[in-house]
Design a binder for this molecule. Structure first.
Ligand code: UDP
Length: 329
């Protein structure tokens, strides 16, 4: 079966493409390389460089490749930037998905697995967060993901496009061989930034606030290994191919770790002390985000396998092999 991976040169998309090929799927990657890396592109897949806002480009790829389904990762994803460049985020994420859906419908491709985000929930009061919680995005990024989900819902009603929307929490780690991993510029995520200290690329890790209403005062997040995340995507794909209805699932580990706990775990993994300092809170950070993944476990029969130490360990392995990232920009 042939699957189109949109955004397949990015961190999560490159893991998806590799694992799909490993499991025997034919993969067609579409990416505009705006944040993705040429060196992260799965060599056994076909690659088309282009923008999903370009209808004619997408239409040509669909006509040539005859794919059965799409897995969609192509989106801008920085919360802070989304607040100062909202129009760019709506254009790239919402308009891009609109054009993608249009090209899918025109070419009779009616299955899509789609990367949504915990950011659709915003500040919630009940943990772990279930899919029943009322979405309440507090940033433009989360709002664009919610709009993308809504577009899918109405496209399903009108054209029978079946979708699975996966709401991720904090994705981390790298493929265990270290061939591919996370390389963002600028880097904003906690685990890569912590690891830059033992990698001698940063003097210390800044803790964004230690006066939150949590046991040690630092923010608590739910981390999930990228390989576990992709396993859920493939299970979602199989679920749709089996003729099931559209649905929404959270993907997390159901366990929360504070920023301080993350630093201590990283120290255990790398075997040395990591210098840290407490700085001001980062705007828009909720104190706690923990997912209930009960639904994904029950319906998709998904079970995450990787521990927090393995998330940090596989990420560290990737950076040891790629000291300055992919170096292709
Ligand atoms: N964080 C931190 N220092 C950093 C980067 C992140 O203390 O240099 C905190 C951040 O405030 C949040 C958690 O680490 O509570 C995870 O942040 P990240 O940006 O990795 O993911 P997010 O939760 O924003 O999706």
């Amino acid at each position: 079966m042939k699957v189109m991976v949109v955004g397949g040169a990015g961190y999560i998309g490159s893991h998806c493409s590799k694992i799909l090929v490993d499991r025997g799927y034919d993969v067609v990657i579409v990416d505009n390389l705006s944040t993705g890396h040429r060196k992260a592109i799965e060599p056994r897949a076909s690659f088309y460089e282009g923008d999903i806002r370009d209808y004619d480009f997408l239409d040509k790829v669909f006509k040539k490749e005859n794919v059965s389904a799409v897995i969609h990762f192509a989106a801008k994803s920085l919360v802070g930037v989304s607040m100062v460049e909202p129009i760019d985020y709506f254009d790239n994420n919402v308009n891009g998905t609109l054009v993608l859906l249009k090209a899918m419908v025109a070419n009779n491709v009616k299955k899509i697995v789609f990367s949504s985000s915990a950011a659709v929930y915003g500040e919630q009061k009940v943990f772990p967060i279930t899919e029943e919680a009322l979405p309440n995005p507090e940033c433009t990024y989360g709002e664009t993901k919610l709009q993308m989900e809504k577009m899918m819902k109405w496209a399903d009603i009108a054209y029978g496009v079946k979708y699975v929307s996966l709401r991720y929490f904090n994705v981390a780690g790298a493929f265990p061989t270290g061939e591919i991993g996370e390389d963002h510029n600028p880097e904003t995520h906690l685990i890569p930034l912590i690891l830059q200290v033992p990698l001698k690329k940063r003097e210390c890790i800044s803790i964004f606030g230690d006066n939150y209403d949590t046991p040690d005062g630092t923010c608590i997040r739910d981390y999930i290994h990228v390989v576990d995340l992709i396993d859920a995507h493939i299970k979602a794909l199989e679920y749709l191919m089996a003729g099931n209805n559209s649905d929404i699932f959270n993907l997390g580990s159901e366990e929360g770790f504070s920023v301080k706990e993350m630093i201590v775990t990283a120290e255990e993994v790398v075997g040395e002390k990591i210098a840290k300092k407490v700085v001001a809170r980062r705007a828009g950070d909720p104190a706690i985000l923990i997912a209930s993944s009960k639904k994904a476990k029950e319906v998709l029969k998904w079970k995450p396998q990787y521990s927090l130490k393995e998330m940090i360990g596989t990420a560290y392995h990737f950076y040891q092999l790629h000291k300055d990232g992919y170096q292709d920009k």
